[in-house]
Design a protein around this ligand. Structure first.
Ligand SMILES: C[S@@+](CC[C@H](N)C(=O)[O-])C[C@H]1O[C@@H](n2cnc3c(N)ncnc32)[C@H](O)[C@@H]1O
Length: 404
């Protein structure tokens, strides 16, 4: 067993020593020892800890794979995440004004995907252990919003009632304004008896909505979200920014990125997280690939009052981006999935849109797309890093591009 010095933290949050040798749960400059298996250090022991090493705030941290960085101080994680953005930009020959990170508090996640497995004695509900399909119970989870915590018990009961011993259930639980919105997949096939049983459980637990393998089995209360003043009912399990605080930080940055104009487009709009708050001031067109989300956005608009006009469109922006000549908007908001928005960005690069608010959950694809915009004459004025996946290696950001 030899002593190893950790050089840096990789993009996935693992410490990396020369080799490269990956050492999970270590920090730069630490001296550690352990068993080298392939290119991974197992059974790791810290001999000389980093000054940034802290006691994990959650008692489940050692076993649970839901968090990766609880052994690092908040200050270290904040600096590291902004640096991930800086390095992604530098790799494309770019730099920008990097604003201080905004981190969501602990116990603020309002949407999570739980795993559950029926056991002989009951059920295990929680997150997977690191690099494993073992499920770890997390009754004292420090990530989840307190109002989401009852979902652990509810999913456990549903798993015992209608889960299989072979496979795990996946339960997307979302905090709606009216309570828990639960979408379960991987359970027993729905038949009349199960449908009645699940509807009873929805009643017993006071769920807002329960969906089983894509089929809504009970809606006790409309599970709506508030985007600005608009009430939106997202389809079961649909994308939602992970924390309210994260959503507010991204929205504030998007608003700051837009200085004026009359008409805007929201590309990859989801159910309208940004569309509706912006529609308080601007006429908006939301474009989104998922039909059910476009319907939710449209229904939200029809049910609201006091907003400028909101129109919406279902469109695959990877295969069929809006071409430059059709981008007749004063500004664009763009918030693509992790793959970025290569095709749509090359059209924006040729357009006359004067301001772009680019929101991203992947600094690498963001930097790739940013380089295309900059090469075509846009200036990347600033980047606001946002951490709504606390203690994970995820990095999100919002940014402002202007055409000079
Ligand atoms: C990161 S989410 C952002 C959603 C929304 N802006 C929000 O904040 O809630 C990305 C969105 O892009 C949509 N999407 C993914 N691939 C797409 C495609 N090829 N064309 C259009 N929309 C797509 C997803 O359905 C999802 O709603």
């Amino acid at each position: 067993m030899s002593q190893i010095k950790i050089q840096r933290l990789g993009l996935h949050g693992d410490g990396i020593a020369d080799g490269p040798l990956y050492a999970p749960l270590t920090l730069p400059d630490e001296i550690v020892e352990g068993d080298v298996e392939g290119n991974t250090l197992k059974n790791m022991r810290v001999l000389q800890p980093s000054e940034h090493r802290v006691k994990a705030p959650c008692r489940h941290f050692k076993a649970c794979g839901g968090c990766l960085l609880q052994h690092a101080s908040d200050g270290f994680v904040a600096t590291w995440k902004v640096d991930v953005v800086r390095q992604a930009l530098a790799a494309q020959g770019l730099e920008s004004n990097l604003l201080p990170i905004i981190t969501s508090p602990s116990q603020s996640r309002r949407r999570a995907v739980l795993s559950a497995r029926r056991t002989k004695k009951g059920a295990l509900v929680g997150f997977h252990a690191r690099a494993s399909d073992i499920i770890v119970d997390v009754p004292d989870c420090q990530l989840l919003h307190p109002d989401l915590m009852p979902a652990l018990e509810i999913v456990s009961e549903l798993s015992q009632m209608a889960g299989s011993r072979k496979g795990a259930l996946s339960a997307t639980v979302t905090l709606a304004e009216t309570g828990l919105d639960l979408a379960v997949s991987g359970g027993k096939p729905l038949d009349g008896a199960l449908l009645a049983g699940l509807a009873q459980q929805a009643e017993r637990f006071g769920l807002a909505r329960l969906t089983w393998d894509g089929e809504v089995v009970a809606t006790r209360m409309t599970p709506y979200q508030l985007f600005g003043a608009a009430r939106i009912v997202p389809p079961p399990g649909a994308f939602l920014q992970a924390t309210k605080e994260g959503e507010q930080a991204l929205l504030a940055a998007v608003k700051r990125a837009i200085s004026g104009g009359k008409v805007g487009v929201d590309l990859f709009a989801g159910c309208g997280t940004f569309t509706f708050p912006l529609a308080e001031k601007y006429q908006m067109h939301g474009i989104e690939g998922e039909t059910s989300m476009v319907s939710a956005l449209d229904a939200g608009w029809r049910g609201s009052s006091g907003l400028k006009q909101v129109t919406s469109e279902r469109r695959d922006l990877f295969r069929n981006p809006v071409i430059a000549e059709d981008l007749r908007y004063d500004f664009a908001v763009i918030d693509p999935p992790r793959a970025g928005a290569e095709a749509q960005i090359s059209e924006l690069a040729k357009s006359h849109v004067s301001e772009i608010a680019y929101v991203s959950c992947n600094p690498v694809t963001f930097a790739r797309d940013a380089a295309v915009l900059v090469a075509s004459g846009y200036v990347l004025e600033w980047v606001q890093t946002v951490d709504q996946f606390r203690w994970s290696s995820h990095v999100e950001l919002a940014s402002r591009f202007i055409r000079k």
